[in-house]
Design a protein around this ligand. Structure first.
Ligand code: SF4
Ligand code: SF4
Length: 474
């Protein structure tokens, strides 16, 4: 990783909704609350069709530490618990609720009384909060792991550097007090002695609001992070803020650091003040096919078509929908989708921007290397992948790749470098584990590489060799 050189992508004026206050969405007639937010999660619905529910009422318990309980985002009547032919897992259950428009608050929603750290963790666990961003783990699990790892520093990630996204910045501007309260509560109950709000330098109004809020508060510092993508990835953020290097394979906790998304810390502050569990998300709705791009506070379970209608409908026929940012988000096949706890943006594009450009051959322009925050040479790494050459892969420090996709984004040949490098990282790591080491040994490399077959023209490992992609691959 370069010493202090900015390596990444700077997007000039890429956020149309920047400065737009977050508007609460009208409650739609029907919501479809997804029971699953990530693969491997198990939920146990505790409500039945015909039941009347209120806002904030528990409707599904978590069946494993990977999940957080789910609460009703509306008041109304449960119509069904069924699958929706949507874009999440095919077997995913949704609780469909016909809303009554009253938004009656459930009796359990009261400001929590917290007298011990045990009670604090219980309140967080039962709130359904996640650590937003790329993590999506229940916030209670993240905090408990941090307590076990004995971290000493909290970094609240307020970078939001992908184009279009601005709801996080507006949240910090609107709720600096909640951000402070959430962070101080975490620090108190985890025994942390240092808290840093790391905010993208493009978010000046939010910085000003936080500066005022933190006046006289010496346990929290404000840090302006240079505005470039991918400044919010753990490895890059830690380097920017603390100057420390996170070695490949290590977690921030190994350096005594806990990183949380600013949106999660703000929701925690709200929870401690009001008792309201996670029932809505702040979402940026944008893209050239949206009539009125805006930041919206959306009840969880809102159907995408209702959200689009709230934002003025289609300005042009929608040909592509991305959930999340344009670099790390995921494209969904159609609009039969409802907003989940882990969603941060809805981007809708017309034919003009929807075309998937075909890959072409590498022209050796080095743009991928110029933007790599880890100072890697993606085109040479791809050569190693193409040759299935684990030795060269290792020597090029490819295990340091954080899967940020900056290289893929910058590549004029549209080569999906990041996705393939992350797949190769997983593959070579597995091969290394089979040999009893963290990474493939150099000595036995040739024999093993000979057994793994060939890659396709652009270096993708062939189907039988495909490993699991990185979380941010693509
Ligand atoms: S940016 Fe793309 S075309 Fe340019 S060197 Fe890298 S892989 Fe090749
Ligand atoms: S995905 Fe990996 S190789 Fe590509 S820019 Fe990011 S860190 Fe560098």
């Amino acid at each position: 990783m370069p010493e202090n050189k900015l390596r990444g992508i700077v997007f000039p004026k890429s956020k149309k909704t920047s400065g737009m206050t977050i508007i609460p969405m009208e409650v739609p007639d029907m919501v479809y609350i997804p029971m699953k937010q990530a693969p491997g999660e198990v939920y146990l619905p505790i409500a039945s069709p015909g039941d009347r529910v209120k806002l904030g009422q528990l409707i599904a318990e978590a069946g494993s530490p990977r999940c957080a309980p789910i609460h009703s985002s509306v008041s109304g009547e449960i119509v069904s618990i069924d699958t929706l032919a949507a874009n999440r897992d095919a077997d995913e259950l949704y609780i469909k609720i016909r809303t009554d428009g009253r938004q009656d608050l459930h009796e359990s929603v009261v400001p929590p009384r917290i007298r011990s750290s045990y009670e604090f963790f219980e309140v967080v666990r039962s709130s359904g909060l996640l650590n937003f961003g790329r993590d999506r783990t229940p916030l209670s699990t993240v905090l408990e792991n941090a307590a076990d790892a004995k971290v000493d520093t909290l970094i609240v990630n307020g970078t939001e550097s992908e184009p279009f996204l601005s709801a996080g910045g507006m949240n910090m501007l609107s709720f600096p007090g909640f951000m402070k309260d959430g962070a101080l509560a975490i620090m108190e109950h985890l025994g942390l002695n240092r808290g840093i709000f790391a905010v993208g330098s493009d978010k000046k109004p939010a910085m000003e609001a936080l500066k005022k809020e933190l006046a006289g508060e010496n346990r929290l510092e404000l840090y302006s992070v240079r505005d470039y993508y991918p400044n919010g990835f753990d490895t890059v953020l830690i380097k920017e803020v603390t100057g420390k290097l996170l070695p490949p394979g290590k977690k921030p906790a190994d350096l005594g650091i806990l990183i949380l998304d600013c949106g999660s810390v703000i929701k925690l502050g709200q929870l401690l003040d009001t008792g309201l569990p996670l029932v809505s998300r702040s979402i940026t709705v944008d893209g050239d096919a949206i009539a009125r791009p805006m930041n919206v506070e959306v009840p969880i379970g809102t159907h995408v078509t209702d959200l689009i209608a709230f934002c003025g409908g289609e300005k042009a026929p929608i040909r592509k929908i991305i959930i999340g940012g344009p670099i790390t988000g995921r494209t969904i096949e159609n609009s039969n989708y409802s907003v989940g706890k882990d969603d941060s943006a809805l981007l809708c594009f017309s034919e003009l921007y929807a075309k998937d450009t075909a890959e072409s051959s590498c022209i050796r322009c080095s743009r991928c290397a110029a933007v790599c925050p880890m100072d890697l040479m993606p085109m040479r790494i791809m050569d190693a992948v193409r040759r299935s050459d684990g030795r060269a892969f290792s020597k090029l420090s490819a295990f340091s790749c954080i899967g940020c996709s900056a290289c893929s984004y910058a590549c004029p040949a549209r080569i999906r470098l990041s996705e393939r490098i992350m797949k190769a990282v997983a593959y070579f790591k597995n091969a290394g584990k089979a040999e009893g080491s963290a990474y493939p040994s150099l000595s036995s490399n040739s024999a093993r590489v000979a057994s793994v077959g060939t890659a396709d023209a652009n270096g993708a490992p062939s189907a039988r060799r495909k490993g699991k992609g990185g979380r941010n691959a693509g």
